[in-house]
Design a protein around this ligand. Structure first.
Ligand SMILES: O=C(O)CCC(=O)C(=O)O
Ligand SMILES: [Fe+2]
Length: 267
């Protein structure tokens, strides 16, 4: 599987979409939001960034905020957590009724994780020597639940892509079907976050700005570094989890959990 079928999200998930997701552990929908909305989102993230730089915000609800430098040397936020709690545009985005349709992918009790895990996250990658965020090694998102000491609850990660990419710009790479693996494989298939090597079976997710993707919390994936540097390598993507199982909201005094120390390994 080197290329894959892309879908359009309608009022209901089709059986073809459901089957694709069940088999491969990911799915890609074209044109979820319009170019103007993408621009508004980027502008809003800059407003939140300005606030957080001014107030030296190091954590939100216990989740560390990742800072780095832009191409011009200015300070930027490279990973926002719970951004939906810091700007109306992001809380409004989470209220989009089309997310209800996506909840069907995990079934009863499913909800958008606006106050759980890391809430709505915005990642901002740019490739330069000064950047603190250019790639992310192989991992599954569900490992966090194991670190939490809780059962592996069903979890999906919904991505809203804000840049139009080509393969040379790096980005999301997934190992299709690995969501249907043993716990052993989920723990040990690759060295969590340390292994950045391409896999011969990986599939490159190549979005246009405004596309939406979903991947299963058990699916192995990584973020490949851009092979070009500078403006062309800029990549912003929003993630918001779909969660089932016990409701575990975070708040201002939530502790920083052990796995979040891994964040320091990522550059
Ligand atoms: O930036 C991406 O596309 C993926 C990021 C990711 O895998 C994560 O934050 O867990
Ligand atoms: Fe991930």
């Amino acid at each position: 599987m080197s290329s894959y079928k892309k879908f359009t999200l309608g009022e209901h998930l089709t059986s073809e979409q459901q089957l694709f997701f069940n088999e491969h552990g990911f799915i890609h929908f074209k044109n979820f939001i319009k170019p103007q909305t993408v621009q508004n989102i980027i502008d809003a993230s800059k407003q939140v960034q300005q606030q957080w730089l001014k107030n030296v915000v190091s954590k939100v609800n216990g989740v560390p905020i990742k800072y780095g430098k832009d191409l011009d040397g200015s300070d930027i936020v490279q990973r926002f957590a719970f951004i939906n709690q810091h700007h109306d545009l992001f809380s409004g985005l989470a209220d989009d009724p089309r997310f209800e349709t996506l909840l069907q992918l995990i079934g009863p009790g499913a909800r958008l994780g606006t106050s759980e895990k890391d809430g709505m996250v915005l990642n901002h990658y740019v490739n330069s020597s000064q950047s603190a965020f250019t790639k992310m090694g192989w991992h599954t998102d569900g490992l966090r639940d194991i670190f939490h000491g809780s059962r592996l609850n069903p979890m999906l990660n919904v991505g809203i892509h804000l840049n139009t990419l080509q393969p040379e710009h790096g980005g999301l790479r997934v190992l299709p079907g690995t969501h249907r693996q043993s716990l052993y494989q989920m723990l040990f298939r690759k060295k969590y976050f340390l292994d950045n090597n391409a896999d011969e079976r990986e599939v490159a997710i190549i979005p246009e700005a405004g596309d939406l993707t979903i991947h299963d919390g058990r699916l192995w994936h990584r973020v490949a570094q851009s092979t070009v540097i500078g403006e062309q390598s800029r990549r912003r993507v929003i993630y918001i989890p779909i969660i089932a199982g016990k409701f575990e909201p975070k708040h201002a005094s939530s502790p920083t959990v052990f796995y979040q120390k891994f964040a320091g390994l990522v550059k």
